[in-house]
Design a protein around this ligand. Structure first.
Ligand code: NAP
Length: 352
């Protein structure tokens, strides 16, 4: 077991920051030492700064911790830390992550640096080799630390299901999302906008879903990532569900595998986290369900402690090759759980 790393969480009071706090309780490799958020929260005790949204109790020692500002000096004054989890709004994350990345390993949930050429975009089961890109980044930027990113919360479910389909040659992907409210953070979408309603627009989301999976499924040649060569089209919707993004996926393949072959590819799909037995790795990254009406957010989002993607309604498509539904927990696998799993991979590989 590696020595315990002390971690700082930037954006600790938000929907994702709270999930980090919850999931890091009793973690064998990481302990929380610094919590940081906006000026409105800084200087307060965490319990007075955050509206605790998790289903479990706010841990007593976290409740009493002071909240720091999100700059390096304030965080270093608040406590020692070895690595940083960030869950900040995208525009703010860019410069803040650069400031921390120069000195510390930064595990980012924001979009600001995801598509930078020298920044890895990681799903540990799919592209663990891409983490070596931080060596290129450190050399180019002259940094002691680094920035590594996780995909958008709706890309994660999609990309995990596309990875085992790569062997059949992916040509085109079309996806329509039904995304949970917690995906918009806290307080997020106004109640009067979403009660009795579906909002057929999420700012910036479709661009991310149409580009990120190609980077994740691309090949790293030791210097740069060559993106996978398929087209993707996304249509994103906000629905009145607390947690769990449901996606309707259509895929056109070069080959014509049978449904049994596709199901076997999904079920067999495993990667480095399972091989290395990382603490947050689900035993089964993809769970296939056979009921006609699953997956559903309320019943399936916590599968594999929220780290598994649940697939259902797998069938042939008369226009594309295949269609299916997939569901992933947006603040666990899609955010804090994914970030922690990435950090475990870096630690296991001696890079953090
Ligand atoms: P959120 O609930 O709105 O939380 C935002 C956090 O950032 C809070 O801690 C907030 O602190 C802090 N913050 C806001 N403005 C700040 C400022 N000017 N200076 C310093 N700190 C500031 O948002 P979230 O849902 O946790 O999302 C955080 C990031 O993760 C975003 O980039 C989002 O796109 C990404 N993400 C979210 C999800 C999801 O499911 N929610 C999934 C994947 C990725 P205060 O409380 O003090 O304002």
């Amino acid at each position: 077991m590696p020595n315990k790393r002390k971690v700082a969480i930037l954006g600790a009071t938000g929907a994702v920051g709270q999930r980090y706090i919850q999931l890091l309780q009793g973690h064998p490799w990481f302990e929380i030492s610094v919590l940081a958020a906006s000026e409105k929260s800084a200087g307060k005790k965490y319990k007075d700064a955050a509206t605790w949204l998790m289903e479990t109790e706010l841990p007593k020692e976290i409740a009493e911790m002071p909240v720091a500002n999100i700059d390096v000096k304030s965080c270093e004054q608040a406590g020692d830390f070895d690595l940083v989890f960030t869950s900040l709004p995208g525009d703010l994350a860019g410069p803040t992550e650069n400031e921390f990345g120069a000195l510390y390993p930064v595990f980012s949930k924001a979009s600001a640096h995801r598509m930078d050429k020298d920044v890895p975009l990681i799903i540990p089961e799919i592209n663990p080799d891409h983490i070596e890109l931080i060596k290129v980044q450190q050399k180019q930027r002259g940094w002691k630390g680094f920035i590594t990113t996780d995909p958008n919360c709706s890309t994660i479910g999609l990309a995990i299901t596309l990875a085992p389909l790569m062997q059949f040659g992916i040509k085109q992907v079309m996806v329509t999302t039904m995304q949970a409210l917690s995906g918009a953070g806290y307080p997020g979408v106004a109640s009067l906008d979403i009660i009795d309603n579906v909002v057929p627009f999420i700012s910036g989301e479709e661009d991310k879903m149409e580009t990120e999976a190609q980077k994740i499924l691309g090949k790293f040649d030791g210097k740069a990532i060559k993106h996978a060569d398929f087209q993707a089209s996304a249509s994103c919707n906000r629905v009145n569900v607390k947690d769990g993004h449901l996606e309707s996926v259509f895929v056109k393949l070069d080959k014509e595998p049978s449904i049994d072959e596709v199901e076997a590819a999904f079920t067999k799909f495993k990667g480095e986290p399972q091989k290395l037995k990382l603490p947050s790795a689900p035993a089964q990254p993809i769970i296939v369900r056979h009921e006609k009406n699953r997956p559903q957010p309320r019943y399936d989002r916590d599968a594999g402690r929220g780290q598994s993607v649940v697939v259902g309604r797998l069938r042939k498509d008369p226009i594309m090759t295949l269609k299916y539904m997939c569901l992933s927990h947006n603040t666990v696998r899609g955010a804090a759980g994914g970030g922690i799993l990435s950090a475990e991979l870096y630690v296991a590989k001696g890079l953090a």
